[in-house]
Design a protein around this ligand. Structure first.
Ligand code: B12
Ligand code: SF4
Ligand code: SF4
Length: 408
């Protein structure tokens, strides 16, 4: 019997039960099955949002979107999607991203070990189980970079519903879940989507510091602080103050969500804060880290994928927002960093903090700096300082509207 004919007829209910039981034993908290039919409506929504510019930094061409929304392009003869959700909730207080000081908030999904690796291993173990138990079947693992619309698959499989903040919400664990799927040629009994929604709540829309959330969970990535911490290149000027002390990601539309106030505690220590990460990190030591330190500290986490300079850039911006004079010395040192991206943001940050030492260092930088963009940042910082009362951190009332909103 060939692969297609062996897997085309629906498997008995006991087969699905065995797969679900195995998945739970491997550590997946929620498991549901969806059909592998194309995500037609979602593909249209995806393209509309792309055309509106919401994914500007992700460069999604039609072939990528189509590969994500049409499972059979990735796995010919795919019949079902085994969808999983794994809680990463840890009962630990998050760091206030608007607080002053030298600590930079890390978003809760990045506190622990890199989920791509941890969950990727579990997915492979589940795929091995299915392929061994159901001879002739094939599986394809999808986690983040896999060809799948993770959230839409979770909703179709009945383990979550679309939240107004763009995330999907589960009944037991709220939105603090990682999603991952196995696409399979096995035909399994699909689950029914949940009949739940957010009702009249609009808390996340009101609390988003940059107003990035539009109707039906459409998040404008250009304004989303999570996206801004993960983008390549210079962070647009108009959003730097709104970032507060965020080093990586943003949780505001989740911490305010009432569904997340009643989630079950997770039993996944691998996603609890690593000792050297915690819920917030010392920003000067991130700004001035060596490559070896970067690999050791960030290598095991989900924060490493954009590289060292992006984290240093974020640390520089966060220190600029720290309202803490102890930030000046490390920022002055960062003006000598090898990467223009780091030098330019350190210059911006010194312009925010002000004072004679910051001014002198910016003037020195201009004497030798060869990169035009870094020079522009330094000149702009000096102009801001020229309009500032001598010796001190900028008056808090002079911030942009975005900044003031993020501090409320
Ligand atoms: C790129 C990406 C981002 C970008 C998103 C850019 C943007 N403008 O949205 C950025 C960096 C901003 C981001 C941020 C975050 N992300 Co992210 N991200 C991804 C990634 C890799 C691709 C998502 C993507 O671009 N999808 C395309 C868009 C169009 O799809 P979508 O948002 O899922 O929406 C589709 C469907 O859900 C559906 N849909 C949505 N709403 C509605 C409503 C209706 C009525 C209907 C019919 C359909 C529908 O249609 C859409 C089109 O297909 C996914 C992994 C993956 N492969 O899916 C993780 C993923 C979505 N991210 C995840 C997480 C955890 C986060 C953060 C919470 C991290 C953080 N704390 O900083 C934030 C949340 C921000 C937010 N409010 O959405 C989780 C989501 C978990 C969850 N519970 O939903 C995922 C699934 C990763 C994972 N494997 O667990 N992310
Ligand atoms: S992650 Fe932050 S900036 Fe992005 S939509 Fe949520 S609250 Fe807004
Ligand atoms: S805050 Fe309210 S509207 Fe937003 S996702 Fe949570 S329940 Fe839904």
């Amino acid at each position: 019997m060939n692969v297609a004919s062996r897997t085309r007829s629906r498997q008995p209910v006991e087969s699905k039960s065995r797969i679900v039981a195995q998945a739970k034993q491997l550590g997946f908290d929620l498991v549901g099955v969806a059909s592998a039919q194309p995500f037609v409506k979602e593909e249209r929504i995806f393209k509309e949002r792309r055309d509106a510019g919401f994914f500007e930094r992700w460069h999604y061409g039609d072939p990528i979107i189509e590969a994500n929304c049409r499972p059979q392009l990735a796995l010919p003869n795919a019949r079902s999607i085994v969808c999983t959700a794994t809680s990463y909730y840890a009962d630990v207080k998050t760091h206030d991203p608007t607080a002053s000081g030298l600590a930079g908030a890390v978003s809760s999904y990045a506190w622990g070990l890199d989920y791509h690796k941890v969950i990727g291993r579990r997915l492979r173990a589940l795929a091995d189980f299915i392929e061994r138990e159901f001879a002739g079947s094939l599986c394809l693992s999808c986690i983040d970079t896999g060809p799948m619309v993770d959230r839409a698959a979770a909703v179709r499989a009945g383990i979550a519903w679309f939240g107004k903040n763009g995330n999907v919400l589960t009944k037991r664990f709220g939105s603090y879940v990682f999603l991952a799927e196995l696409l399979t040629t096995l035909e399994l009994e699909p689950d029914e989507p949940l009949q739940t929604n957010c009702g009249s709540c609009t808390e996340c829309i009101a609390q988003c510091p940059t107003g990035a959330i539009g109707p039906e969970g459409a998040v404008d990535g250009r304004r989303c602080l999570s996206d801004l911490t993960q983008m390549k290149g210079p962070i647009p000027l108009e959003y730097r103050r709104a970032l507060g002390n965020r080093l990586w990601g943003c949780d505001d539309c989740q911490t305010c969500c009432p569904v997340n106030g009643r989630q079950a505690a997770a039993s996944h220590p691998e996603f609890s804060p690593l000792a050297h990460i915690g819920t917030a990190m010392d920003l000067p030591s991130v700004l001035l880290m060596t490559t070896a330190q970067f690999r050791r500290r960030f290598g095991p986490t989900a924060m490493a994928w954009r590289g060292k300079a992006v984290l240093q850039r974020n640390a520089a911006v966060a220190l600029g927002n720290s309202r803490d004079r102890r930030a000046v010395a490390p920022l002055v040192q960062a003006l000598h960093d090898r990467k223009p991206l780091v030098r330019g943001h350190a210059a911006w940050a010194l312009g925010e903090l002000g004072g004679d030492r910051a001014k002198g260092a910016l003037e020195d930088l201009l004497l030798g700096e060869r990169v035009a963009w870094v020079r522009d940042e330094a000149e702009d910082a000096l102009h801001r300082l020229a309009g500032q009362a001598p010796g001190g951190t900028k008056s808090e009332s002079t911030g942009s509207p975005l900044f003031q909103r993020s501090r409320s």
